[in-house]
Design a protein around this ligand. Structure first.
Ligand code: CTP
Length: 401
């Protein structure tokens, strides 16, 4: 699958460096062409000999090596790759990248490169959560650096928390998502809902929620990139329209419901919107005034459930219906129950408790529940979650002849 793809692997200092050896082996099995740079820190954990034995290539370590510069200057190393992967990316290395330092070969190559970069951070939980690292990572992501992981779990230092490097199959999946063009959704029609809804109280007030629309918009963009004719029905958001997607803007849940119904038939529907569960009865024609004395009592009634209606749309039911389950407790159980209750095929469960930063944030940690069981995905950016979901959807459909 990766045949003809050129990867530059940067191995920085961290115990997770040992996993880079397995990654090299798997990348070679898939036909990738590999070059490796080992930082001084990385060399404390794996040897250049193991890396070069597995990659079948010379390993680069020293910026001031005359032979290396003659054979393959650092500028060429920087430019001759389809993707640069930093595995593991230590806190120190991320800081160097964010700061644009160039005092060692790996940092200099990154600074000189215009190629896409994927990092797999690995460090102690306190280091990962430190404001400095968060800021460095956010800055790198703003510049387009992609990230896979880290995951939560037991750390090599004996502590428990987020900071463990993503597993090799997840790093492989992230690499393939970036490098392997996927067009198996060509000829399919996709419908995606995104963002919050606004449920009006009077002409100036409404009930809303914290959804940013980032995840739904990213999914619509990813499906379109894979060739699907994609309709995005979006509540009010600040997200830019994804490229190549038909965007239909709505405000209320009722409008979202009607717009989705009229978009049928589609092959796949993904409901990522945080639809307001209730609307206000007896919408006031004019602004409610304080002067009237007592605060108004709002009477609410339930909005239609768009996911459930699509899942139970009879002849018009999309072949694949995917929902989200935003939960703050008993994630797995609630999400599985939601899948049953709504009648959808897959549910992506995510924890939206206050501390997770999922609502409005750039990251998401999801568990995909289908008829066969559950699949835990590592913490990824919402864009990567979207790519992975789109790929999973593409795998579900056989290519259209
Ligand atoms: N959903 C929908 N229409 C609604 C409510 C929810 O399409 N009126 C969809 C969401 O887009 C999501 C899924 O249903 O894909 C679950 O949403 P969630 O807010 O987690 O659940 P609710 O059904 O609202 O249930 P509850 O708030 O009780 O958890």
């Amino acid at each position: 699958m990766l045949s003809g793809k050129r990867l530059l692997l940067i191995v920085s200092g961290g115990i997770a460096a040992y996993k880079s050896l397995d990654l090299v082996r798997r990348l070679k099995e898939r036909g990738a062409e590999l070059r490796c740079i080992l930082t001084a820190g990385g060399a404390q954990f794996v040897t250049p000999l193991s890396l070069s034995s597995l990659s079948g290539e010379k390993v680069y370590e020293d910026m001031f090596s005359l032979t290396d510069e003659n054979e393959m200057g650092h500028i060429r190393l920087a430019r001759d790759a389809d993707l640069i992967v930093v595995v593991p990316a230590s806190a120190d290395f991320l800081a160097k990248m964010a700061g644009g330092l160039a005092g060692d070969l790996a940092s200099a190559v990154l600074l000189a490169s215009d190629r896409p970069v994927l990092v797999a951070p690995a460090m102690n939980v306190a280091m990962w959560n430190h404001a400095a690292t968060r800021r460095n990572m956010a800055l790198l992501e703003e510049r387009g650096v992609m990230r896979v992981g880290p995951e939560a779990g037991d750390l090599a230092c004996g502590e428990v928390g987020e900071g463990r490097m993503a597993e090799v199959p997840d790093i492989m999946a992230a690499i393939e998502e970036i490098l392997v063009p996927h067009t198996s959704l060509t000829g399919r029609h996709a419908l995606v809902t995104s963002g919050p809804t606004h449920e009006p109280i009077d002409p100036v007030r409404y009930i809303a929620n914290r959804s940013s629309g980032k995840q739904g918009h990213a999914i619509a963009g990813a499906l379109a990139r894979m060739g699907a004719e994609t309709t995005l029905v979006s509540g009010p958001t600040n997200e830019p329209d994804p490229q190549g997607v038909e965007v239909l803007r709505v405000e209320t849940a009722l409008q979202m419901f009607a717009t989705c119904q009229s978009a049928l038939p589609v092959d796949v529907a993904v409901c990522a919107a945080a639809v307001g569960d209730w609307k206000v009865n007896g919408l006031a024609d004019s602004k409610l005034k304080k002067a009237s004395g007592e605060p108004p009592v709002l009477a609410l009634s339930e909005n239609p459930d768009i996911l459930a209606s699509l899942s139970q749309a009879g002849n018009l039911r999309p072949a694949l219906v995917v929902g989200f389950a935003a939960e703050t407790e008993d994630l797995a159980q609630q999400a599985a129950a939601k899948r049953q209750a709504k009648g959808c095929d897959w549910i992506l469960a995510n924890d939206v408790s206050a501390g997770t930063g999922t609502f409005g944030g750039d990251d998401n940690t999801v568990r995909l529940i289908d008829g066969d069981g559950a699949e835990d995905w590592p913490t990824m950016t919402k864009v990567q979650v979207a790519e992975r979901l789109a790929r999973r959807i593409a795998d579900y459909f056989s290519p259209v002849a």
